[in-house]
Design a protein around this ligand. Structure first.
Ligand SMILES: [Fe+2]
Length: 339
């Protein structure tokens, strides 16, 4: 049994020396979401005469009082102490999908990257308008994969051409999906599209053959009913069909700005769904207050043993504390064999 809090945490400098030792024991992944970085000084009349005008109104009427960016130094310090192998971010790094917001996000991601490789997927706010997709891919595209994303791959911005982005670490596959697109004025729906789903289906077959644990990173919830209709993933049924037929053991997502955990085992195979709250939220209710998940995955044993720790921002807002934890065994779906 893994006891993460009993584990010796190496300091940042020591991590390099001990990384092999830790790697053999278990893989630690941190999952966070929805940073919503906003730069008021980037706003100009020209840039906001579109859907951004709504986002701007939403900022000044509501969100401004619910976020605190001073949390970032606390977050970085906590991440250093946790010494994860990978940091997963499930979208909405920015609030209006503006170039300056992406640049600000980049500097934060560089700081995180000095702790562990960062893997991210876009959120609907990152692809707010068509131009946002171009800026995001140019500035943050290298974080779509923890191995280098070749610049030559970037051909048609905003068309989900770059996804799925799959990184395999030992026998654990991190599958980044892009569910976001510049949708119409009052909508925040998600869509994977036939092409991306087809590529995902092929990849899942290959990964099942290798008995890999399959972890999907997506911005929109993989669980229906968690967000309003105007915010949901339009092709969630197709994703669900792939989950059942080919097996996706773990889903990491955000978008709903609330912590939510569920195990889906009514139609085997068993899957775990984790929704991270907004990492910059200072809302009082524990369900919506900033936090992130720490996943320790025993990759050498079958079934895979996963220990999940839910960390939450303390009421004073100066540190992250344990909100809850549990362990779960997940068995990758065996490859299909004809009778
Ligand atoms: Fe979102």
């Amino acid at each position: 049994m893994v006891q993460p809090f009993d584990r010796y945490y190496p300091t940042h400098c020591e991590k390099q020396k001990f990384s092999v030792l830790i790697w053999r024991k278990y893989l630690r992944i941190v999952h966070l979401s929805d940073l919503h970085i906003f730069c008021p000084d980037a706003i100009s009349f020209q840039k906001i005469m579109n859907k951004r005008l709504l986002g701007l109104a939403n900022w000044y009427l509501k969100r401004k009082r619910q976020v605190n960016y001073d949390i970032f130094p606390v977050l970085l310090e906590t991440l250093k102490n946790l010494a994860p192998e990978v940091i997963c971010i499930t979208g909405d790094l920015t609030h209006l999908g503006m170039k300056k917001e992406f640049q600000k996000s980049e500097s934060l991601l560089n700081d995180m990257h000095s702790i562990a490789p960062v893997k991210l997927v876009p959120g609907n706010h990152d692809l707010y308008i068509k131009d946002s997709a171009v800026d995001m891919e140019k500035i943050l595209g290298r974080f779509f994969s923890i191995t280098d994303t070749e610049k030559s791959q970037i051909k048609k911005a905003g068309e989900n051409n770059l996804f799925p982005q799959i990184d395999v670490v030992e026998n654990i596959a991190l599958i980044g999906l892009s569910s976001s697109y510049p949708c119409s004025l009052l909508k925040a729906t998600g869509r994977l599209g036939k092409k991306q789903l087809r590529k995902l289906s092929v990849a899942l077959d290959e990964l099942s053959d290798k008995k890999s644990l399959k972890i999907v990173l997506i911005h929109h919830p993989s669980v229906s009913g968690l967000v309003k209709k105007r915010k949901e993933l339009l092709d969630n049924k197709a994703l669900e069909a792939l989950r059942i037929s080919k097996g996706i053991e773990l889903f990491l997502f955000g978008h709903s700005h609330r912590r939510f955990i569920c195990v889906d085992d009514d139609k085997a195979p068993k899957s775990l769904h984790l929704c991270a709250p907004s990492i910059t939220s200072i809302k009082k209710a524990a369900e919506k207050r900033a936090g992130f998940y720490v996943l320790d995955i025993m990759a050498k044993k079958k079934p895979f043993e996963i220990k999940v720790q839910d960390l939450i921002l303390s009421e004073r807002g100066n540190r992250f504390v344990l909100n809850g934890q549990f362990s779960l065994n997940l068995q990758p779906k065996p490859p299909f064999s004809a009778c």
